[in-house]
Design a protein around this ligand. Sequence first.
Ligand code: ACO
Length: 362
Amino acid sequence: MNQTIKKYPAMTGFGHARPARSVSNDELSRFMETSDEWIRSRTGIERRNISETEDTEKLAEQAARAAIEDAGIDIQKIGLIVCATITSANRSPSTACLVQKALGLNDNQTFAFDISAACSGFLFGLRTADAMMQSGDIEAALVIGAENLSKFIDWSDRSTAVIFADGAGAAVLTKSGSRPLVHFSRTAGDDEGTIRIKARGPQPFGPGPVTDPAGFIEMNGGDTFKFAVSAMEESVRQVLDTAGCTVGDIDWIVPHQANSRIIGAVTRRMRLPKDRVYINIDRWGNTSAASIPIALSEMRESGKLADGDRIILTGFGAGFSWGAALAEIGTRASASETAGARVSESDGPEAAGPEGSDTIHD
Ligand code: ACO
């Protein structure tokens, strides 16, 4: 007998893209008054990648292709592409539309758009895709975080130049989870420029003269640090409360990789188990909206993420923006096929069953 079990949008495939050029702390210290020791001890960063030829769209496309392959789905099933970025090569068209074309989905019934929410962009994109999948006929969605932050760095500003970097990560969502995603999202407009990029053209990598100071990343590091710790703590507590869970129910906590000291402070204050808090900032630097999906993709690659795992993603960024998601890793296409006819995906709220069809949020 066929039994229809409600399935919810869940991340089921992951991918990432890393620019070819690796830049060590020592390389930065050759043209900037800093040192490997200072950068490691104050941020946790050992190296990062800086794009020379790879634009935001290219990085996003590579990450998306890898995520689709990991999910094991037919690319034509992608009905929605959301790209979180603050470093798009163009104001228009969106990076997401260019990825749609690059993936050969222009003649598909796919639609695509970008989200600007700085380092919270992937979380906000995930919530958007989740809601759209639940309310419409979208079978699979791509949520991408892609950044080319190095093009917006004033290489004489050592407090930002040592932190930010380039890369992209992507996740495929299919209706393959047994529980709804739980979201917490907040913003509070900041016109003080605590973290800001004013609009302008790109500045080349290296110690050359600053041609247009407007448009570079500006940051009050101390204020950002304090905001970050309380924002991530609040966000993690909110999704746990909403879901009625404790940290003990969670397999992994994947924070935005802004600074290892920020992650350490949240871990200590919340007494999180250190061995279940994923950190890769040492190898990547801060890649803003890309940092969480890059971490997820690395975890998948190294066998740390299994179908059915429950994870918390949390981040904060300019805006201000902050939030978290409590997510279950979905069952990949090949695995759900072997599960046979007992489990079938439902598309509409009518199939919701007693648990209802809603995404849970605060
Ligand atoms: N190398 C050497 N010295 C440095 C450097 C550097 N790269 N940068 C700053 N310093 C100096 C400062 O000039 C200062 O010197 P002084 O005492 O002589 O004035 C000293 O180091 C201490 O400076 P602080 O700013 O107090 O250093 P702090 O320990 O706070 O570290 C940092 C600075 C790393 C920026 C930290 O504040 C931080 O990580 N803040 C959060 C940043 C963050 O998370 N940003 C991401 C936002 S995400 C987004 O939305 C894009």
